[in-house]
Design a protein around this ligand. Sequence first.
Ligand code: SF4
Length: 353
Amino acid sequence: MNNFSEKIISWYKQNKRDLPWRNTQDPYLIWLSEIILQQTRVDQGMEYYLKFAGAFPTVKHLAKADNEKVMKMWQGLGYYSRARNLHATSKIVSEKYKGSFPENYQNILGLKGVGEYTAAAIASFAFNKPHAVVDGNVYRLLSRVFGIETPIDSTQGKKEFNTLANELIDKKNPGLHNQSIMEFGSMQCKPASPDCSVCPLNSMCFAYSKKCVSELPVKSKKTKVRNRYFNYIVLRNKSSVALNKRGEKDIWNNLYDFPLIESTKELTEEQFLKSADWRSFMEPLPEYTVRSVSSNYKHTLSHQKIYARFWEIECNRSFEKLLPESAIIIPKQKVQDYAIPRLIDKYLKDRPL
Ligand code: SF4
């Protein structure tokens, strides 16, 4: 074992958080936790992990579940493609691999929704195979300790960090090493102002000795964020409301929101009511009442900022003819039975139907 590995493992043994997926070598539960934890904080992911592991104790239970149920249980976690891949992969493991997760790294990597990082985590935690995990925490830690300035979002950077991480891994205890490096990066070598004075790696840390901790790691590109303006039409009568099932090639695929008019900029109420889009949308229904107009909701996704306003429209006559094919009309009290994005959930909590 090298000095680096020895130090992080010893730190890990004293400082690790007690997390339920760390007390198992069951590849199904490890995979489940890793998919949930992609782009999700541990405290938020915990509740979902316990819920899924409780409802579906084995991969076969998950494979047999109804897709709408899986999506509904995922509600609130975001990045819904993870839930779709989770369900698809459970079926593959259940059928092609007869319910046993593949042990081989390449086969694990071949599963839907499993990238190099997740494949290395499963291979090392469940099967003790020497594949190094490299995620944001590992990039940060290695760039600081070894003074690597190659941008972490470049092809060259990915190669360089991956090679180094695999050189450093403790071949006898790859699972423990990987757990340690992830936890160390997340808890000790934090993105902003880590407490270097108590760090067991400070004597060998380049960034600490050169006083450039805040300058590492280096990123070359900034993520481009696109602004979008959603004008939601909440069509309702005394007992029913219209929901829209979202299609592919956009955010929230297969989740339900309301019929929508998207505009290129934020519109005032007056501008919206005068717009051609609104007038042609409502044309088939001459009589209606604008019951309320919400304030603006801002919802941030990784590459998009959504500015949403909700128009609640009370209809005296049938509003079916206004709706696109993807829409459905449901009893108002059933809305929470459908998988809806967090933005819609927030609005409904502020203004129940
Ligand atoms: S000394 Fe500071 S920058 Fe270096 S590894 Fe430790 S916490 Fe990170």
